[in-house]
Design a protein around this ligand. Structure first.
Ligand code: AMP
Length: 199
C-alpha cells in the first residue's frame, strides 16, 4: 500500500482549491482544506463557526492553536491514514512546526509540496470573478488585499523551509484547469509518486 502526503500552497485565487480536489482524487486520498472546514462550520452555525466568523470575514488568520487542533483531529480520521492532500494548512512557520511534530509522531512526513505560482494581478482578477459568482463574505476588496499580504508575509516563507528539504514542486498556475492539473500530475509522477485513479 503506497501512501501519498501532499500539501498545496498558493495565493488566494491561484486555483489551489480546484486543483487540490483533482489531485486528491487522482491519488485516492482525502483533500483537507482548513478554509472549507471553517466555512462549513460557519454555515452550520456551530460553536467553532461562531468563534471564527469575524476572523475569517476580516481575512485574518484563526489562531494557530485552534487551527492545529482541527487539523490533528481531521488527520486522525481513518481515511487520512494512507495519505492526504492538505490545502491551506500550514500557513505560517509555527503551523509548519506543529505539522512536522504531528507527522513525526506517526513516523510520517510530507512527500511533496505543490506551489501554484500565479502573479498577484492574476490572483486579484480571479478572486474578483469568484466574488461575483459565489458571494463569499470574505471576498471584500479589503479582505482580499489583506489575505494576499498575509500570504506573501507568512505563507510564502514556508516554501524556503520545504525547499531546503527538496520537496517543493513549483507549478506555473496560469493556463487552463486541465493544463495545470497535467503539469502537477507530471511533476508528482516524476518524483515517483504513484497514483491510483485516472482523472
Ligand atoms: P482559505 O479558503 O484557505 O482562503 O481560508 C479562508 C479563511 O480561513 C482564511 O482567510 C483564514 O481566516 C482561515 N484559515 C484557513 N486556513 C487557516 C490556517 N491554516 N490558519 C489560520 N486561519 C486559517
Amino acid at each position: 500500500m503506497t501512501s501519498t502526503r501532499l500539501l498545496i500552497v498558493g495565493p488566494q485565487g491561484s486555483g489551489k482549491g480546484t486543483q487540490g480536489v483533482r489531485i486528491a482524487e487522482a491519488y485516492g486520498i482525502p483533500e483537507i482544506s482548513t478554509g472549507d472546514i471553517f466555512r462549513a462550520n460557519i454555515k452550520e452555525g456551530t460553536e467553532l463557526g461562531l468563534k471564527v466568523k469575524a476572523i475569517t470575514d476580516a481575512g485574518d488568520l484563526v489562531s494557530d492553536e485552534l487551527t492545529g487542533e482541527i487539523v490533528r483531529d481531521r488527520l486522525s480520521q481513518p481515511d487520512a491514514a494512507d495519505g492526504f492532500l492538505l490545502d491551506g494548512y500550514p500557513r505560517n512557520i509555527a503551523q509548519l512546526h506543529h505539522l512536522d511534530e504531528f507527522l513525526a509522531e506517526r513516523g510520517e512526513s510530507l512527500d511533496a509540496v505543490i506551489e501554484l505560482a500565479v502573479p498577484r494581478e492574476e490572483s486579484l482578477k480571479r478572486i474578483a470573478l469568484r466574488a461575483a459568482e459565489q458571494g463569499r463574505s470574505d471576498d471584500t476588496e479589503e479582505a482580499i488585499a489583506h489575505r494576499l499580504d498575509i500570504y506573501e508575509r507568512q505563507t510564502a516563507p514556508l516554501l524556503a523551509v520545504y525547499g531546503e528539504r527538496g520537496i517543493v514542486e513549483t507549478i506555473d498556475g496560469v493556463g487552463s484547469l486541465d493544463e495545470i492539473t497535467d503539469r502537477i500530475l507530471a511533476a508528482l509522477e516524476a518524483r515517483g509518486l504513484v497514483r491510483t485513479a485516472a482523472v
